[in-house]
Design a binder for this molecule. Structure first.
Ligand SMILES: NC(=O)c1ccc[n+]([C@@H]2O[C@H](COP(=O)([O-])OP(=O)(O)OC[C@H]3O[C@@H](n4cnc5c(N)ncnc54)[C@H](O)[C@@H]3O)[C@@H](O)[C@H]2O)c1
Length: 371
């Protein structure tokens, strides 16, 4: 049967006129694996009515972003409909807050079992090695960020999942326009993290046009959160300053004071993720969007922090690896497409973000003292 007859209409429109005629596309050459994807990717599809809540699996869920996202999604879809997974042991408060399961994204069979047994319909793929840790261990970053992503794409296509994969400001490089950086422009990153994220954007979009996979991707700026630690990215300083300010009244920044990067408060990032996942498919004119909120330098952040803690001492000891990465990244994102297509709007500007961080961390410190 001609492949075009098996593909959704959007995919047919996007196909180059190559005259290809395969009804089954073998994704991997090994014959022991049943990983033969039907061209319309709906062979295994499970029917869920639109009124049913999605059943969500979050991979790499114990990092900076996953626990917060699980909390938000559980509030909306019910506790048992959102499963956190990771290869690490969850802390008590996470384990007791809702379903948690072990999942290594490099283990395809285990992933498939989880998706099938739990009737998963949405997959949020957070597992990754971030920019600085990725540069420190390129083979592992390549395995997790690229091979792992292939497993995720195949599982999502085979089981007709809605798939979210975050990308990053790190998907751009020194030859990209930096202020502002539009959605579509040159992407020649120079970190394994950035290269793997461009790969993820392109592969996800390819699976969308080729197999009809419902792939959705946001390029997150550096994310600032109070109740979770960053996982080794170049923008980590913007979280560390708050912890160090409260703990010791001193902060040593590993980027130059004038390094401007796009940033976002965690609540905005999680809201954007839920919003784009819930957006009707016809509203999405693209599958990968920039989202923007703040853009500041370490010096500007320190000035805002000093309004709350005038005694804070800030010094600079530049880490050359992180600085080189930061110097190749956007200073500001153009996110007009996200604002137009699905109504993206951030709530936290710099003063609100700094106040929210101090409110959270001071109440935590008070609670710790009381205990
Ligand atoms: N935090 C940010 O500022 C930021 C910015 C842009 C994009 N992102 C993206 O958002 C996602 C989540 O980011 P984060 O900050 O929570 O990352 P993180 O580094 O804090 O957490 C990543 C998680 O992945 C897990 N992991 C590693 N190898 C795995 C494997 N083989 N199988 C399963 N899990 C594995 C780790 O145990 C960790 O808990 C990532 O894809 C990241 O690239 C984050």
């Amino acid at each position: 049967m001609p492949v075009a007859r098996l593909l959704p209409r959007a995919a047919v429109r996007a196909l180059p006129s190559c005259g290809c005629r395969a009804s089954v596309v073998p994704l991997r050459p090994q014959s022991t694996s049943p990983r033969q994807l039907p061209a319309d990717a709906s062979f295994h599809s499970v029917s869920f009515s639109d009124s049913e809540h999605p059943r969500v699996l979050i991979t790499g869920g114990l990092g900076q972003l996953g626990v917060g996202l699980a909390k938000l999604l559980r509030k909306r879809f019910g506790k048992d409909n959102v499963i956190l997974s990771d290869i690490r042991k969850p802390p008590d408060h996470v384990f007791s807050s809702g379903p948690f399961i072990y999942s290594d994204i490099l283990d395809y069979k285990n992933l498939r079992e989880i998706v099938v047994n739990n009737r998963i319909t949405w997959l949020i793929h957070y597992s990754a090695l971030l920019s600085a840790v990725g540069e420190a261990n390129v083979p592992l970053a390549r395995a997790v960020n690229i091979t792992g992503l292939h497993n995720i794409l195949d599982i999502a296509a085979e089981h007709s999942l809605r798939l979210f994969v975050p990308s990053t400001i790190g998907a751009f490089g020194p030859t990209s326009p930096r202020n502002p950086t539009p959605d579509l422009c040159i992407q020649r990153p120079r970190t394994i993290y950035g290269v793997s994220k461009v790969h993820a954007e392109l592969m996800g979009e390819y699976y969308h046009y080729r197999y009809g996979l419902d792939f959705r991707c946001l390029r997150y700026p550096g994310i600032i959160s109070a109740d979770s630690q960053p996982g080794g990215g170049t923008t980590d300083y913007a979280v560390q300053i708050f912890h160090d300010a409260i703990k010791s009244g001193k902060f040593q920044c590993n980027l130059r004071p004038d390094t401007r990067l796009p940033m976002m408060y965690l609540d905005d990032c999680l809201k954007a993720t839920l919003d784009v996942m819930e957006a009707p498919a016809e509203a999405l004119t693209m599958r990968t969007y920039n989202i923007n909120a703040l853009s500041f330098t370490p010096e500007e952040l320190a000035q805002e922090v000093l309004k709350h803690m005038p005694e804070l001492q800030v010094t600079y000891n530049v880490d050359s690896v992180r600085q080189a990465i930061a110097d190749s990244w956007p200073m500001n994102f153009d996110d007009s497409n996200a604002r137009r297509d699905w109504g993206w709007k951030h709530d936290f500007d710099l003063p609100e973000m700094v106040t929210a961080m101090f409110n959270f961390l001071s109440s935590e410190a008070r609670a710790a003292r009381a205990n």
